[in-house]
Design a protein around this ligand. Sequence first.
Ligand code: TNX
Length: 476
Amino acid sequence: MLPQVIPAPQSLSALTQEPLVLPQSALTELALAFHDWAPGASARLTSFAQTDGDTSPSGSSAPAVSATQDSELAAQGFTLTASNAELIVTAADPNGALYAVNALIQALRTDGVTEFQAASTPKYEFRGFMLDITRHFFGVSEIKTAIDLASQYNLNRLHLHLSDDQGWRVEIEGRPEFTELASANDADGGPGGYLTFAQYDEVQDYAQLYGMTVVPEIDLPGHTHAMQVAYPQTSPDGKPREPYAGIEVGFSYLNLEGEETWQILEDVVASLAKHTRGTYLHMGGDEVLKVERPDYEKFMSRLGKLVTKYGKKLTLWHEGAGSELPQGTQLQYWTSQFNQENLAKTFDTPGIQYIASPAKHAYLDLKPVEDFPLGLTWAGLVNLETAFSWEPASAIPVPAHLITGVETCLWTETIRTLDDITTMILPRLPAVASVAWGSTGTFEQFAQALPSHAKVWQDQGLAFYRDPAVSWNETK
Ligand code: TNX
């Protein structure tokens, strides 16, 4: 049997029909070979070898093991030869090494796997997962589980939605009111919470080990009710506000020109830039329904300059298109409902890139079937096949050469627990991850690979959805 690897490598073939049997010592030796240059690959392989490694005596059958960095390979790419005589990895960089390890571990979890070789490189440099920790707060432990799953399917960005109407979720230097006054609330009145600087750092450490860069989002100038609970002076009417526990969107917006608004925004951007290791800050820009377009664009242009002043690059939802934006801005396309008329203005502006997150394929908060207990339906249903079978350049009205990434999003209006999170992202996250990687396999092949993955989720106690397109018979 060929290894059931997701995302499917562009090249994967059996070397022989011999079963692949690697002793634990070979895996440990490979982990050691990664140790100095690919710590995430090393850590993941070490923990796999300890829990699942074949402990049969290695004896004379131990394969020759090597792991080398090869800068000739395309970024994040790898090659892997796994036979009973040789276990050889070459990788462009630490991410490529991690993705080789992901493939190897998935192969060793495939029943009756034969000796094989694989080679693969990602189609899109940017492969993201967004978690909304605002509508319902999720802390370090749930975020780490999300990082584990996303990085096992070769995603390399963790976008955290950190502010919205319902709550403010990260500390800001010099502005303690954000977390003191505006974080103790969830969408249904739950207890909320926020990340301290130390916790934000802990999340970044863990993400970095597993090849993921954190992209923090503060959503402006709409979705700002929580900010106005903390700082009423940022509201158009300046009046105090009570915490909001509903799930409506589009009602809140800032006093766009207020001096105090901009003093507070400057503190927010300065603090976020200081504590964020990655290049990009996401400043939102979506669903600003009560502001005139020229005022919106003026605000966005000023905000872009502020982000530049603090040494970072800007990401916005695609409503930002049409504003004057700094070089290198990323626009994240999500729906055909807004701002289609301004997209083309960006196509000739040098240095504007697009991330494809079309809701009708990539939003994992949408229900997979009508009667699903969790999720929303505003952009239709997203079943497993819908999440897998799409082409970014056809799914969004943007020229292919401007699309540099794919991101899948989990909004949490109806998501309250870790089980809810994993039920929504498993197995659809691996489906969108396959699109982001540019896997060439068919949906049938993908569906056939899933049961061996689901067995692992089950062993780890992770809830998942048994989409009817898959024969889940390997699992209970
Ligand atoms: C639209 S996606 C939103 C979010 C909601 C989501 C629910 C986007 C940029 N805005 O505020 O949570 O739909 O699917």
